[in-house]
Design a protein around this ligand. Structure first.
Ligand code: SF4
Length: 1023
């Protein structure tokens, strides 16, 4: 029905009602045909109470914005806070948010489930028995803070900074905690990035000094995606809506995914390659572009570092662009469609269709790869590097419909205090074997601890669940239960998780509607800032109340991390003698602790261009503006920043290298935008890199050593990886030749659109939609193995096996099996009786039913787990051999939420990651997720969800992969641990980059090979 028709019907209904002498009800909102409540009405929005139907009962709401915390997209939410009860009735989209524009995926509204979750953690808890035993007692925040502060202070005073570590999964904020650690002088920042996106980041960073892409999907002519960005990818909802806009405007969508994802079903071209062969496909497309001269010659001439490449690898040729083009013409000629078809299993005509589409895209080619192939395969970082090669060839870089470096579409504002760089280097996060790793080698932590490379005195996990999320979780349990390796473990989490069971403190932190954060992401060609806030606190303030701490409005004693870290810092250094208290000190009231309000007020008033003026136009202070609307658009249509001419004032006493890199002694202009980017080294005389000369003009260029896009990476070449210095194809560890005839490649990483890793098990609406993860297997493979849908199958990895149900489907490539990683959550049975120490004496064995052994949890629901999507399991251990046996799935239960008695599902899926060894890529440090597995019908004694793994074998596999590295100690060209220009979160001081005279890495790792650089006709696939 058209708007006009609807309007006519409403008018007719009004006339008819009034003709009967009755009063016409204009609708609760008094607003017709609006997608969202108009912002002018957010103080008193009226809706009918659906539960009162058929009675017409109006309810009034305050609409308070916040930001979803259920994935990295940071979409805006609007909390509907009942004006009478001051309870949150629901969450919908925030139309004022520039990234999500009022839309959310299913996980956004499900934030309400998390807030009202009957099983959530409401009070600080301290373990009362052995670590991992499952006995807890309630403690006060003061007790926990004093204990932690005292321990950290002692470590700082005794110069044991390396024993303090903060390990974060989803940060959901931009740099707050990183700065806390820097202020403590601790190089203890650890993330989940190397089990997530480190490989793709490496590929992008080596090209442009910025480690993420920002595709402009909405204006693209061709959208080329590796994996499932439309349903579950990075910046999922904001990107999905723009991909669909692009499609509506005629863009062609090409999807590479070995699995028929929901994204693939929307593609114009879906190719299901052999996992890990994607780079071969992209090089064949690149070859097509070069051979047919479809590339943007001017862009390549102006912006690639071809001169540097010629000088390094072809010094005999004249240093001209013509020389380079002649080399380029032959460089990828071995990558024919036939070769790519043989590698990928994708038919030549499909590859030709993809190449023709890409070739016709011009500068409107939007490409994206993030996890998927890059994160699954050995050498996956070259998937990103070869994909971006297509953009770089077409000049589709920072163009409408092209792909931007993310730093230009993101904004991180400067905070009130900016600490310096820690003076030491943490070998537990940045071991010498991985000088080029994009992020911390986080998933190796238990192995590094077991190797005796260090120990931890205080270990924080925060929104991070390595026992469940990481590969090789049993090795994590072994490390976490060994108090010689981990002195104290504090889990900062809103909900129970598998890692929190092995903590000393479990400290309840707020969900997305219960905490403050700011964030900004590359959703499109713009810069915006989003503000997360405790919505009930903001609602009470709007009603005129004064609220201090978020604990006053959060359930139980749930706190927020900003306040927690400020208070902890304050207690570590109560008299300021360590010099770190100042980070937590108020600027407005010296001597008092900084409040969260002052922290954000400062940022919004001083560091966000345009925000004070925009707020003033509405008669608001900047902080009040952000509390009211939840987001602010700083700029849009940022455009090609590399083309910006450097002003003469910034070119004082310049020097220029032979490739046109321009250095200056002029001070760096202060920028309010602190997005991390590459930090090119100064020249020999200490001038800073200011730009790059292109056709006579000094332009801003890219934050790479050359200032240009680095087709040739002198960094890779000089740090021992010369043969990989150009975009190239590396055969995966799960290439068919490595697998042999009887093994499959297991894809274990794909997401379900309605779940997020470890934080959605307590969202009942999501649990009801998705609660299993069967093994996808092709009918041909299934028939060969005698498997039918629903059959129990045993999937054997290098270190153990898991038992799952089969789903026979044409939606998976033959020879490949797949299992989503979102499922298989568990909680321990027989708590208080489990002894997980090594050896038969400590073996828990299958055990019998026992009491839950909880030592009292005042104020808790009496459960240490989420009962809506966690199986109850028993762990067993004999030496290195671990087993997990399932005691039960989920069942209805009585709680404060009547819906918990209506649970109808019993399945919760299977936890496969426990059976995976670590596979650290020797360059990017990324865990290469794909597994080589055998699949067979389950044995008679096998039970669904059963798991076995051998941590001795796991350590062996770790050592095998370690031997592939080329450690800094042998390959560093300048005696440092890592190229200083590469991005590193929490960058330590320059001095800390220097290698020690001897180190544990000296004996490990491989020697670099010698020989020609780049793909050769004789060995195009780098065997
Ligand atoms: S995509 Fe969904 S889960 Fe992610 S932030 Fe947006 S609404 Fe939340």
């Amino acid at each position: 029905m058209s708007v006009e028709e609807l309007g006519r019907k409403v008018s007719a209904a009004r006339a008819a009602t009034e003709a009967r002498g009755e009063t016409f009800y204009p609708g609760a909102s008094r607003v017709h045909l609006a997608s969202f409540p108009p912002k002018e009405r957010w103080d008193d929005w009226v809706e009918l109470d659906s539960r009162a139907w058929p009675r017409r009962v109006e309810r009034r709401y305050l609409l308070v914005p916040t930001t979803c915390f259920n994935c990295e997209s940071a979409c805006g939410l609007l909390a509907y806070v009942d004006r009478e009860s001051l309870r949150i009735q629901k969450f919908e989209g925030n139309p004022e948010h520039p990234g999500s524009r009022g839309r959310n995926c299913a996980k956004g509204p499900a934030t309400l489930n998390q807030v009202t979750d009957p099983d959530r953690i409401l009070y600080p808890l301290k373990r009362a028995g052995r670590r991992g035993e499952g006995r807890w007692e309630r403690v006060s925040w003061d007790e926990a803070l004093d204990d932690l502060a005292g321990r950290i202070r002692r470590a700082l005073v005794e110069k044991r900074q390396g024993e303090i570590m903060y390990h974060v999964g989803r940060p959901g904020e931009d740099g707050f905690t990183e700065r806390v650690l820097a202020n403590w002088g601790v190089d203890g920042h650890n993330t989940h990035t190397n089990i997530c996106s480190a490989a793709a980041r490496a590929g992008y960073e080596l090209w442009c000094g910025i480690d993420r892409p920002s595709p402009d999907h909405a204006n693209a002519k061709v959208i080329l995606l590796v994996s499932a960005h439309l349903e579950s990818g990075h910046y999922f909802n904001p990107h999905a809506q723009r991909i669909m806009e692009g499609k509506q405007r005629g863009a062609k969508l090409i999807v590479l995914d070995s699995r028929l994802s929901n994204t693939a079903t929307h593609a114009d071209v879906w190719a299901a390659p052999i996992p890990g062969s994607e780079a071969a496909i992209f090089l064949a497309v690149a070859n097509h572009l070069v051979r047919h001269r479809l590339y943007d010659r001017e862009f390549v001439r102006r912006w690639w570092n071809w001169q540097q490449y010629l000088e390094a690898e072809h010094p005999d040729l004249p240093p001209t662009f013509a020389s380079f083009e002649s080399v380029l013409a032959s460089l990828y000629e071995s990558y024919t469609f036939e070769l790519a078809a043989a590698e990928s299993g994708v038919a030549v005509p499909v590859l030709q269709e993809i190449a023709a589409a890409v070739g016709g895209a011009g500068s409107r080619l939007a490409t994206h790869t993030w996890r998927s192939a890059a994160s699954g395969n050995l050498g996956g970082w070259q998937v990103a590097r070869t994909l971006f090669l297509l953009n770089a060839l077409l000049g589709a870089v920072a163009t409408p419909g092209g792909t931007y470096p993310n730093a230009w579409n993101k904004f991180v504002p400067k905070p009130i205090h900016l600490p310096g760089h820690p003076e030491h280097w943490n070998e537990l996060t940045w071991p010498q074997e991985y000088p080029l790793a994009t992020y911390e080698l986080s998933f190796l932590l238990p192995h590094l601890l077991k190797d005796g490379r260090g120990k931890l005195d205080v270990y924080f996990t925060r929104v991070y669940n390595p026992v469940w999320t990481n590969p090789d979780g049993f090795t994590w349990i072994e490390a976490l239960t060994d108090e010689r390796l981990v002195g104290l473990h504090a889990a900062l989490t809103p909900t129970w998780n598998e890692t929190a069971y092995f903590a000393d403190y479990v400290l309840p932190m707020g969900h997305g509607a219960e905490r403050h954060d700011i964030h900004s992401y590359e959703t499109h060609d713009a810069q915006w800032l989003g503000f997360r806030q405790p919505v009930l606190r903001a609602a009470r303030e709007r009603l005129g109340e004064t609220v201090g701490d978020s604990r006053e409005t959060n359930p139980g004693e749930v706190w927020e991390e900003n306040d927690f870290w400020l208070e902890l810092t304050w207690r570590i250094d109560p008299d300021g003698s360590l010099g770190i208290r100042k980070f937590a000190e108020s600027a407005a009231r010296p001597g008092e602790r900084l409040s969260v309000d002052e922290y954000y007020r400062y940022i919004f008033e001083h560091s966000v261009p345009g925000l004070p003026e925009r707020a003033a136009a509405e008669g608001l202070e900047p902080l009040a503006f952000m509390r009211r609307y939840g987001a602010f658009e700083i700029a849009r249509e940022i455009g090609p920043l590399h083309e910006r001419q450097v002003p003469p004032a910034e070119l004082e006493d310049v020097a220029e290298d032979r490739y046109g890199r321009v250095y200056t002694r002029a001070p760096k202009p202060a920028s309010p935008n602190l997005v991390p980017v590459g930090s090119p080294d100064p020249d020999a005389e200490g001038r800073r890199a200011a730009g790059v000369r292109v056709d006579g003009k000094v332009l801003a260029g890219f934050p790479t050593p050359s200032g240009r896009l680095e087709f040739y990476s002198a960094t890779l070449a000089s740090w021992g990886w010369r043969e990989q210095a150009l975009p190239a194809y590396i055969r995966s560890h799960v290439h068919p030749e490595s697998l042999g005839p009887d093994r499959f490649c297991l894809i274990s990483t794909f997401r379900l659109p309605v779940h997020i890793h470890t934080r959605s098990a307590n969202a009942k609406w999501l649990d009801e939609i998705a609660h299993s993860n069967p093994l996808w297997i092709h009918p041909g493979d299934a028939a060969r193995l005698g498997i039918e849908t629903g059959d129990l199958v045993r999937i054997e990895t290098d270190i153990g096996h898991f038992v799952d149900k089969a789903w026979v489907t044409e939606g998976i490539r033959p020879g490949v099996v797949a299992c989503s990683h979102h499922m298989g959550r568990w909680r321990l049975a027989d708590q208080g009786r489990q002894d997980l120490r090594a050896g038969p004496a400590g073996s828990a064995g299958p055990g019998g039913r026992g009491d839950r052994g909880q030592a009292g949890q005042p104020g808790q629901a009496g459960e240490t787990g989420q009962r809506q999507l966690m199986a109850t399991v028993a762990l067993g251990r004999e030496g290195n051999r671990w087993t997990m046996r399932r005691r039960g799935g989920v069942a209805p239960y009585a709680s404060s939420d009547p819906d918990s008695a209506r649970i109808w599902w019993t399945d919760v899926g299977v936890h496969q990651n426990l059976t995976f060894p670590v596979h650290p890529d020797p360059v990017s440090g990324m865990h290469c997720w794909h597994q080589a597995v055998r699949v067979r019908r389950a044995e008679p004694g096998d039970r669904y969800g059963e798991i076995a793994a051998d941590t001795g074998k796991a350590h062996q596999v770790y050592q095998e992969w370690l031997a592939r590295t080329r450690p800094a100690v042998r390959n560093s060209p300048d005696g440092t641990r890592r190229p200083h220009w590469l991005i590193r979160p929490l960058r330590p001081s320059r001095e800390a980059y220097r290698l020690p005279r001897s180190g544990p890495a000296a004996a490990a790792g491989a020697q670099p090979p010698t020989g020609p650089i780049g793909p050769s006709a004789a060995d195009p696939v780098g065997r």
